[in-house]
Design a protein around this ligand. Sequence first.
Ligand code: MOS
Length: 726
Amino acid sequence: MEMNSPVGANVLDTPGIVGKPIDRVDGPLKVTGGARYAYEVQENNVLYGFVVEASIGKGRIKSIETRAAEKAPGVALVLTHRNAPAQGTGNHREAHPVLTGPQVTGYGQPVAFVVANSFEEARAAAYLVNVKYDRSNGKYALRANLNEARVPKPSDAPAADSAVGDFAIAFASAPVQLDVTYTTPLQSHAMMEPHATLAMWDGDKLMLHTANQMLNQGQQVIATTLKIPVENVRLISPFIGGGFGGKLWVNADAILAAIASRQLKRPVKIALTRQQIFHVTTHRSDTIQRVRLGTDREGHILAIGHDVFSGNLPSEQTYEGAALQTRTLYAGPNRLTRHRLAPLDIPVASSMRAPGESVGLMALECAMDEIAEKLNLDPIELRVLNEPSEDPEKHIPYSSRHLIPCMQEGARRFGWDKRNPKPGQVRDGRWLVGIGMAAATRGNPLLLSKANVRLGPDGTCTVRMAMTDIGTGTYTILAQIAAEMLGLPTERIQVELGDTSFPQAAGSGGSWGAGSSGSALFEACNALREKLARTAGMDPATARFANGSIASGDQSRKLTDLVGVGMDADGEIRPGRNNKDFSQQSYGAHFAEVGVDEDTGEVRVRRMLGVFTAGRVLNAKTARSQAIGGMVFGVGAALHEEMTLDPRFGYFVNHDLAEYHVPVHADIPDIDAVFLAELDDQSNPLKSKGIGELGICGAGASIANAIYNACGARIRDYPVTLAKLL
Ligand code: MOS
């Protein structure tokens, strides 16, 4: 189906199982260990691989001595650039060649892959590989290399610059001006399950059990890299222990295992160690963001500007799109956003947890707080004043937008009216207490997805897609959609995901997963309903599906009597005009209360509330869980998370979870997330919008704004650690 017209009333509009807070259908498998993750798949005759990482940031391998490793117990192969095959190339979203030559382009780059009978033997032998390097001077730190920054030209992301009106003149003449620079640090995804792959070949056909968010994309990347036909690559990934963007693309584990397995004609298994993940896979670039706001004396924005620097490898065009939401969130006639990318010799930077908005809003939404204070305006009032009637840069309507109701409902629930706008006024013992808010927004793309749904003679319905569930609840919402549309209990729905031999799907990322895969399934179920109705001799337009039967007028037939040996149908959703003719975002408002210890600068988050609108909510429980998960990472971004770069050598010093701090239970307070009713009849047949990344967007800014309200310190350099507050 091409999405080019408004979605009319459909079967989901009547109350049913879709939207209900049912438990995850895969929950019992996960808590009993029945869910098999990539590394847990058992295979006979398997070998284990261990990566040897480069210990320089930039330079060349002068010599690599592998004989000791090759003679070590249990070792089957030591792969280096000398014996690795030629591979296809491209940016990190197109290909992932490994061991291509003596050059080192980033610290931790794999320089050898040791394969042995056991993990321990492989690891022990890896330490016997002796590499000598010619080190050259690398460019490592973003701030030190801004003069080299250029305009990135990615083929798969919006243009780096946007301009409307005349920003420079309007800003210069604005009665009230704010010109502030915020910085966000290098960040790592820190998902629970490490990157892992089991590779095996059957003739010239490759099968990979691997942890990957976008299987069809991954299948193509692996085919390109290994120079084999895409149909010879099969990826299997039914369970994934978190991704957060770190498993969107193919990483070295998959390619190394595939190459070694082909050479050895045996299955090869690898899991990156926690420490290796930080350098061998992707991370989020740090950013330097200058936000300029010019308003009239009442607070109407006259000029809004957002300039962003991020860094990446010289060969990459992927930039951190931190100014993208600034193009659409608030009104204002004169606008300027620019992204610049500095070439750096550190591991590749890519998508992480709401790339763009999650760090962009940490600047924009604090700048809004700052100018509200200058204007002597309530921060919510300022945002209401600048609510746009259409997308201010694309000049197209919003598909649906309820930011103001989110802010108002949140203010009511949170007790915003009790906020003292003057900082440093509220005490609770040794704590200075403050509250802050910020807007949330995240785009809602729709991606090509296909689905097959089959009803068996025993009344069991099987849904198949090459979709993934990274812990977000995909299995569950797909079961709900099929159950409701076919009038079956969810227990009768068997959802099978995570296999490229199933119909192509968008995968999990960019908040598009549920909308895209759910819409494809919606279309497949519609097609199956039509087939069933015709078989029953009923009019598909009026047939009703309930309790395992189809009914029309006073006629009723059991579905199992209609399907014969089984009946199936395919469905497909394609992005169409809805992606171009409407500005589509999910919205929300974050509220946070913090305490700041007057003497030590310690910050404790005391309460958090997020109020969101994201079209139809497909499962109230998994939606809330995702929103809360995002808000927890907002705490991490505001207070804890930072990879520290050693600017001399280009490596991330704190490459483990002991020193790269993500929030733990003790950091997380009373926290709640609420979704307000909304249907978006321009988004997709489900009338839903993306939820996955909405919770993190703006959450960190609400905490920073609360810190300012508590103690009067405006820290523009994230994370807000106590050393910066003192
Ligand atoms: Mo997300 S960073 O698109 O997994």
